[in-house]
Design a protein around this ligand. Structure first.
Ligand code: PLP
Length: 414
């Protein structure tokens, strides 16, 4: 659905839906939460959904014929269909619930990777990956003798597409790349990356953890073979995420974890047969309440309209960037033309850690550290940055208060 040009998001109304935003910290300072890239806050509707599940129909799914189990199963499977629609997957068989992005990537590494890759094959990742899209591939590469190739990133934080295209060989089997960088905010041209990978005969896995909360994601349009994301970064609960995979790929992949729920029959004499998709990849009792609440988060988020979310977050990004660049000695790491609401920064003469600790005293929550992206930060010659990241509930006034607090902190430490 398109939205009229003159509409803007009613942020005050949105904020009222997040009880935690009314919190005060450090002797009555209003909380200014600028760490949504790590974990977004949770609207009342999602909290209520969790509460309702435990109050009314907490039961294990797919196992019982009793009323509660049927209700829980129905809600869980309904959530799967909502996710399918949300990312425009073709079938619910392509939607696998996981604990989060990390587990989704590990599923592909262990199931697809172990069954499909041989020594000498190549997997391509990029310098801007989160550790969860590096380390599982490194572990597999070490185990199987697979070569890991790393796409370079330029000084603005943009992927070097020329290098990318030239890095393929006939042994390149898969590209694993972030849709949006958590450390820089760079939005990668996934459609183009996918087309190139496919032309070269490789698959593409997209880490969508930082994309799904901020833009409409259409896996069919992107032509992603695998797409992973987490609930807790998109106004949903922790402990739940999604792996999308094209049905024909998932079909050919062996199960990863074994246990209840993922089998058809188990026998000591005749061996074990596995359940159909998607259950083949969902061993054990899943995060039932969280899956159901994730559906609520999706409905909440789509109810805001992505065009408005996008516009608003872009205004926050532009306003914050402009004000921050006016600070003496400010260095913003990551200045890609296509950027999401993430600002990584350093200030001459001040340690990132000191800024993070002191600004918290003013009620401002930002992240400091390596953002689980050590190779990327090292490529910029730094070990740590401060990172302010925006959610749909942040305001321009909060940005101003953050910059004012930052200026006061800098007076203290420089
Ligand atoms: N990928 C990216 C780009 C992320 O930002 C994160 C979390 O910060 C992850 C993967 C890992 O997500 P999770 O910890 O929810 O599994």
């Amino acid at each position: 659905m398109t939205v009229a040009n003159d509409l803007i998001l009613d942020v005050e109304q949105v904020r009222k839906e997040f009880p935690i935003l009314a919190r005060q910290v450090h002797d009555g300072k209003p909380l200014i939460y600028l760490d949504s890239a790590a974990t977004s806050q949770t609207p009342q509707a999602v909290i209520d959904t969790l509460d309702d599940y435990y109050h009314r129909y907490n039961a294990n799914i797919h196992r019982g014929l009793h009323t509660l189990s049927e209700e829980a199963t129905g809600a869980y499977e309904h959530a799967r269909d909502t996710v399918r629609e949300f990312i425009n997957a073709e079938s619910i068989r392509e939607v696998i619930f996981t604990r989060g992005t990390t587990e989704a990537i590990n599923l592909v590494v262990h199931s697809w990777g172990r069954s499909q890759l041989k020594a000498g094959d190549e997997v391509m990742i990029s310098y801007m990956e989160h550790h969860s899209n590096i380390v599982p591939w490194q572990m597999l590469a070490n185990e199987l003798g697979v070569t890991l190739k790393v796409i370079p990133v330029d000084e603005r934080g943009v992927l070097d597409l020329d290098a990318y295209e030239h890095m393929f060989t006939e042994r390149t089997r898969l590209v694993a790349v972030a849709h949006v960088s958590n450390a820089l905010g760079t939005i990668n041209p996934i459609k183009q990356l996918a087309r190139i990978a496919h032309d070269k005969g490789a698959l593409i896995l997209v880490d969508g953890a930082q994309a799904v909360p901020h833009q409409r994601v259409d896996v069919a349009d992107l032509d992603a073979d695998f797409y992973a994301f987490s609930g807790h970064k998109m106004y949903g609960p922790t402990g739940v995420g999604v792996l999308y995979g094209k049905a024909e790929l998932l079909e050919a992949m062996p199960p990863w974890q074994g246990g209840g729920e993922m089998i058809k029959t188990v026998s000591f004499d005749q061996g074990t047969t596995y359940a159909e998709l998607p259950h083949k990849f969902e061993a054990g009792t899943p995060a039932i309440a969280e899956v159901i609440a994730l559906e609520r988060a999706i409905r909440w988020l789509t109810g805001l309209h992505f065009e408005l979310v996008n516009d608003w977050e872009h205004r926050l990004l532009e306003h914050a960037t402009e004000r921050m660049l006016a600070i003496d000695g400010m260095r913003i790491i990551g200045q890609a033309p296509e950027k999401s609401g993430v600002i990584s920064f350093l200030v001459d003469g001040a340690h990132a850690q000191d800024i993070g600790l002191l600004i918290d005293q003013f009620g401002v929550a930002i992240r400091t550290g390596n953002h689980c992206a050590q190779p990327l930060l090292h490529s910029f010659g730094v070990d740590a940055t401060c990172r302010a990241s925006f959610g749909v509930y942040n305001t321009l006034e909060e940005v101003d208060q953050f910059v004012d607090a930052l200026n006061r902190v800098l007076v203290m430490v420089r």
